[in-house]
Ligand binder design. Structure first.
Ligand code: FUC
Length: 736
């Protein structure tokens, strides 16, 4: 009789092969190892632990991260830190020495359908195979090297640490322990008030051959295969009352590595794939007739180059959409939200501290979480915001003498905040916080987490707004990120305060609480200085009509009311929407990564699919493609990371959000199907997008017209839906 382990192994292999065969359109692949971390290495992550994999032949490098490894404190943003690198040095075999170029068929790929990275090649008739994944259920990263001839691998596994921790090798275990004490983002900063402790462990399991610990490394000789398990952590806890420091990670790491080591590899892989697919498989997207075999046969970087010439590879547009979902699942499933680089950072002084920028960037990271059906990946943002409330309250009281709280533009894990005050930053975060409820209808979340925060941020604005002589309320001394003077009534502030008050009124109604407070908010909302149309027909960025039609600044701060807000829509406020169109036109189509992504969303809200599609062409552009003569930045690297430059993940997430906005909108009291469908996407199919009100949607279209749709919700309910230009009320069916 076959053992259960073997059955499981066979099952896993069969499933794996089936998945591999079924989803070539969900793969990024390359014919060469990566040289550049930023542009070529490929990311894996379990929402907390992440790796960037190079796929080197003789030396594999996996640069790795843990999401809570932060320096900083309650006054200074600090910076997100890299953890270290794992190196697997492979010795040449006899034949390889004689014929150094004897490697053929090298392929490195990232399979988004399973969240598995792999490397394969043939050398001297031997087939080598490596697999890498970051398991959320097991909380470890797993790297496996196999070959179809026994005893082929000899070499060593080595660990490096970015903060001079102590590295030891004992038996088959490498350990690093250390502290972040003394590390600063800027040499001029004073030492931070406290420092996290950290630990990482690497367990090397071998099949055949032998293993031996040496000085700071583990040597292996003539092994058939290796399974390497990596776990890392800090003593961070999202709890200010405990000084942000909880248990040392040691016991947890030991237990998790032990449990993973006891689990056969196929079972570890199967559990990882099942867990990942539970989230990833909720949404599928086919644009046009589906993947074209010739495009799939090209390595991803070449495919991107070819896309620029004729833009016929719609499957690439769908792939980059799904990549955004992959990246969010991989970087946002712990207590810590996705930062400016998601989870991946190899620098002690990363650009902009790899922080939480609250004047667009962190908000953009999460626009797609709910529409793209990854609601649970949103929660780390709410958890983090909740954890820093008291820190922000104290800082806000000191600076503004108000209740409530807000932030400066750069924010760290412990609530420290630097650079300019962006007074409406917290209101903007509250929009994400509200939207999560709007999409999910999760009342417990609204009552315990969202509403208390929204209320506090409202209190900040109730105390801070000031009346003009005619009683109109303005936000004083505001800033339109990131240019222009500081002055009263900046449109960005006005629109975000409107949005905050409006959403908080809805939240109080949903919960049936705070009637007086709700009434006050509604009154003050209606007294706010409203969006204004200026002398060249533009939506004014400032209260004073001074917008420059030649201003092509990357920020689109005065358009937040159009997207992601809902104060301006073509259906409810057509004149203001037209003014927003004039402003957006003036800003132009050439910009940095995240700005291009935002423009896709904005054009989608203006119901202009072809213009949004033009911006998609600007975003899906291989950086360095000299044919494009494009100097403003933006674009994708070979690994499909979006760049500002440098790499910033907001552009990836913002693109995915933009595709959602082009296919379904639900912010204006109705669900609008295909609101901004470009001509290029005349036919297609999407399953599993979400709409506000707790709905989930399947949708098919032909010749630009919806041919079939299906709307489900946890409880069947009536909803207004706009389909092919017609508005009707239908009843959803119960979610299966
Ligand atoms: C904002 C932007 C910059 C950059 C930074 C991280 O300050 O204006 O362009 O994206 O965030």
């Amino acid at each position: 009789m076959k053992s259960p382990g073997l059955c499981l192994a066979l099952l896993a292999t069969t499933l794996t092969l089936a998945a591999q065969a079924a989803t070539p359109e969900l793969k990024l692949w390359y014919e060469k190892p990566a040289l550049s971390w930023e542009k070529e290495a490929l990311p894996i992550g379990n929402g907390r632990l992440g790796g960037m994999i190079f796929g080197g032949l003789r030396r594999e490098q996996i640069q790795f991260n843990e999401s809570s490894l932060w320096i900083g404190d309650e006054t200074d943003t600090g910076a997100y830190q890299p953890f270290g690198d794992l190196f697997i040095q492979l010795e040449d075999d006899e034949l390889g020495k004689l014929k150094p170029d004897s490697t053929t068929g090298y392929r490195r790929e990232l399979d988004l359908s399973r969240a598995v990275h792999s490397v394969s090649y043939t050398r001297n008739g031997v087939k080598f195979q490596r697999e890498y994944f970051a398991s959320h259920p097991a909380n470890v990263m797993v790297f496996r090297l196999t070959a179809d001839r026994p005893g082929t691998y000899s070499g060593s596994v080595r660990l490096t640490d970015m903060h001079q921790g102590r590295i030891t090798a004992d038996g088959n275990l490498l350990t690093v322990t250390g502290s972040l004490a003394g590390y600063k983002y800027e040499a001029k900063s004073t030492n931070y008030a406290f420092a996290l402790g950290y630990e990482g462990q690497v367990l090397v399991l071998h099949q055949g051959g032998s293993l031996k610990a040496a000085e700071g490394r583990i040597d292996f000789t003539k092994v058939d295969g290796l399974t390497i398990l990596v776990c890392a952590g800090t003593d961070y806890v999202a709890d200010r009352t405990r000084g942000w420091r909880g248990e040392a990670p040691h016991a947890r790491i030991v237990a998790q590595l032990r449990a993973a080591a006891r689990t056969p590899y196929p079972a570890l892989l199967a559990a990882h794939v099942a867990d990942y697919q539970r989230l990833f498989n909720r949404v599928s997207l086919t644009l046009g007739p589906g993947p074209d075999a010739a495009a799939l046969a090209l390595p991803t970087d070449q495919r991107l180059l070819q896309y620029a010439t004729n833009r016929q590879d719609l499957a690439l547009e769908a792939l980059v959409f799904q990549y955004g979902r992959y990246l969010l699942i991989s970087s946002s499933r712990g207590a810590v939200p996705a930062n400016l680089q998601g989870l991946w950072n190899n620098s002690l002084r990363p650009p902009w501290r790899s922080d939480y920028h609250t004047d667009v960037n962190v908000q953009m990271n999460y626009w797609m979480a709910d529409p793209a059906n990854l609601s649970e990946c949103f929660l780390p943002l709410a958890t983090w915001l909740n954890s820093i409330r008291q820190v922000r309250q104290a800082a806000t009281r000191a600076a503004f003498h108000t209740r409530g709280w807000t932030m400066r533009a750069e924010n760290g894990l412990f609530g420290g905040s630097t650079w300019q005050w962006v007074e409406s930053g917290s209101a903007w975060c509250m929009q994400n916080v509200w939207d999560h409820y709007a999409f999910t209808g999760d009342r417990a979340y609204l009552r315990t987490l969202a509403y208390p925060m929204m209320k506090e941020v409202c209190e900040f604005w109730l105390d801070r707004l000031k009346p003009l002589p005619d009683g109109t309320l303005v936000a004083p001394n505001g800033y339109s990120p990131e240019h222009g003077p500081r002055e009263d009534g900046v449109s960005h502030d006005q629109q975000l305060v409107w949005d905050l008050f409006n959403n908080t009124v809805a939240a109080a109604d949903a919960l049936g609480v705070d009637r007086e407070f709700r009434a006050l908010l509604a009154t003050q909302r209606d007294r706010l200085l409203a969006p204004k149309i200026g002398k060249w027909g533009q939506l004014q960025e400032w209260m004073v009509d001074r917008d420059d039609p030649k201003d092509t600044h990357r920020h689109l701060s005065h358009l937040v009311a159009l997207h992601p807000g809902r104060q301006i829509t073509p259906l409810t406020t057509p004149a203001l929407a037209e003014a927003a169109r004039v402003s957006l036109n003036a800003r132009g189509d050439v910009s940095t990564g995240w700005s291009t992504a935002w423009k896709i969303n904005l054009w989608a809200r203006l119901l202009d699919g072809d213009r949004a599609y033009k911006l998609i062409g600007n975003l899906l552009r291989l950086v360095g493609d000299t044919r494009m003569n494009y100097s403003a930045g933006g674009g994708l690297y070979a690994n499909l990371f979006d760049t500002h430059p440098p790499f910033q993940i907001d552009g990836n997430f913002g693109y995915t959000a933009g595709v959602c906005e082009m296919l379904v909108q639900s912010h204006a009291g109705e669900i609008h199907l295909l609101p901004a469908l470009p001509r290029a996407w005349s036919s297609g199919r999407v399953q599993g997008l979400r709409a506000r009100g707790g709905f989930e949607l399947d949708l098919e279209w032909q010749d630009g017209k919806v041919t079939r749709y299906h709307l489900t919700s946890p409880k069947p309910q009536a909803v207004k839906i706009r389909v092919n230009g017609e508005v009707k009320t239908i009843k959803s069916t119960r979610t299966r």
